[in-house]
Design a protein around this ligand. Structure first.
Ligand code: SAH
Length: 350
């Protein structure tokens, strides 16, 4: 067994769990609050840095616990400023996170699972198959490891998107626990409205997600304009076809400031025709929706290509003419294989 596995990681524990932990050591409960503040606000990276605890308590803690960030195994820096981080986890699984700085904000693309079970035909992560869920600590660890490495200060405009490896709705308990700590003003302190969970559309999980108290924004990977096409691209559509998916979207309890984002990966000659655009507009007509068009990011071993840019713009116009706010998303980090759907752990650099 790897050394780290013998120690229970404090990262991922919430306030109550840390208070209970302190009490278990015969300490007052507020010591738990000090640990919470230390690891999430001050970003202490080891127990020694929890300087408001007594030395005795720290050494007692150290016999079973640690603060373990995921280890950066490699980083790939893109010409556009984004960086793909390859992390090694204590069990030697690997997972990726992408850092994308912009002028007025920073976006981190987080992974929720090692590999993915869903087998979307165009996605490189799918080629890995399902491995395991990440823990809340491993999700929060991605955020803390990258923000400390890149000196992103607390309070900076930070967006978190669960659009890396994995299907967050198939790891909802850990994603929910992580988000509660990430969005806690007394925890990591990321604005809740700046956190987005993206899903292929697991219908019962979306219903569950709708009920959680600290609920981030929802994005749905639509990627097709009818069931036949969607099932061919995303096998999960056979289980949860468009009618079911759109039914939960219509029932979804949107907050006043909110809309549902639909992502649509444009694949040349597959789902990018004018008729597709019109059908998408029909599907979304009675929803408070926004569409992000993502020209496909190609790579080895998969046959798809992006359409010509004029096609992307024509597709957008059909939607905007029908009053659906539609944006073209050019993925960052294509030269380091860090773009949407390209995360695949093979360590390639184009
Ligand atoms: N499993 C979740 C989150 C991960 S994928 C989901 O499917 O939503 C994040 C987004 O990247 C999805 O919208 C997916 O359709 C898109 N995507 C996957 N592979 C892609 C590729 N090669 N090029 C562009 N977008 C891709």
């Amino acid at each position: 067994m790897n050394l780290q596995e013998q120690y229970e990681n404090l990262l991922g524990l919430n306030l109550q769990e840390l208070e209970n932990l302190a009490a278990g050591f015969g300490q007052p409960r507020y010591r738990g609050r000090q640990i919470y503040h230390g690891i999430y606000v001050r970003r202490a990276r080891d127990l020694a840095a929890l300087s408001d605890l007594s030395r005795e308590f720290r050494s007692a803690l150290a016999s079973h616990h640690s603060i373990a960030y995921p280890k950066v195994e490699r980083e790939f820096a893109s010409h556009d400023g984004s960086v793909r981080y390859l992390f090694r986890l204590p069990d030697d699984n690997r997972v990726e996170t992408v850092y994308m700085p912009e002028e007025d904000r920073t976006t981190l693309c987080l992974s929720s699972q090692v590999g993915c079970a869903l087998d979307c035909r165009f996605c490189f992560t799918a080629l890995l198959g399902a491995r395991r869920n990440l823990t809340a600590g491993e999700i929060i660890g991605q955020v803390l490891a990258v923000t400390t490495a890149q000196n992103v200060p607390r309070g900076a405009r930070l967006n978190l998107v669960f659009m890396g490896m994995g299907e967050p709705m198939l790891n909802l308990p850990q994603v929910t626990s992580a988000v509660a700590i990430l969005a806690d003003p007394k925890g990591v302190g990321v604005t809740l409205r700046r956190i987005t969970v993206s899903t292929v559309g697991i219908v019962p999980r979306i219903e569950e997600f709708a009920q959680i108290s600290v609920r981030p924004k929802l994005a749905i990977s639509l990627n097709a304009s009818n069931d036949q096409q969607r099932s061919a691209l995303m096998p999960i559509n056979q289980k949860y076809p468009l009618a079911d998916l759109l039914r939960v979207c219509r029932a979804y309890p949107l907050r006043p400031w909110e809309h549902i984002t639909f992502e649509y990966v444009l694949l040349d000659g597959v789902n990018d025709s004018d008729e597709d655009a019109r059908r998408v507009a029909d599907l979304l007509r009675d929803l408070r929706a926004k569409v992000n068009l993502i020209p496909y990011n190609s790579g080895p071993n998969l046959p798809y290509r992006a359409p010509r840019f004029e096609r992307v713009v024509a597709f957008q116009k059909i939607l905007t003419d029908r009053r659906i706010p539609t944006f073209i998303r050019i993925s960052r980090g294509q030269d380091i294989f860090a773009a949407c759907g390209q995360l695949s752990l093979e360590g390639q650099v184009a």
